[in-house]
Design a protein around this ligand. Structure first.
Ligand code: SF4
Length: 109
């Protein structure tokens, strides 16, 4: 099954970069205006390895409902699949389903 690129996960979840991704400097991250730290543990502790969010909380790279860096998206985005039956994703998938239900019910008013 393929990702439909609905963009819902990109609106709801923070994306933690791996050490390699963070140190590559290729992704726009929170607090980067203060400079990247060499110490990845420190970056993780303060959330500096998280991709910047837009004002509405969605990922910086979500444009017109689609990932603008789809072929270069971080590992965290590649690993997650909302149709997965892997228990480690259950909480995230439940949250996505609740979000979709809320969207559907508000569009019927
Ligand atoms: S990098 Fe792309 S796939 Fe990952 S959360 Fe952002 S918009 Fe979504």
């Amino acid at each position: 099954m393929k990702c439909s690129q609905c963009g819902v996960c990109c609106k709801l979840f923070l994306i933690n970069l791996t050490e390699k991704e963070y140190k590559s400097g290729k992704y726009k991250t929170q607090f980067e205006e203060f400079g990247l730290t060499e110490d990845f543990q420190e970056a993780e502790m303060c959330g500096a390895n998280i991709i910047t969010q837009q004002k509405d909380g969605s990922c910086y790279y979500l444009m017109d409902g689609k990932c603008s860096i789809h072929n270069k998206r971080p590992e965290a985005c590649r690993a997650f699949f909302c149709k997965s039956d892997n228990p480690k994703f259950k909480e995230m998938i439940d949250r996505m389903n609740k979000y979709r239900q809320k969207q559907q019910s508000s569009s019927h008013i």
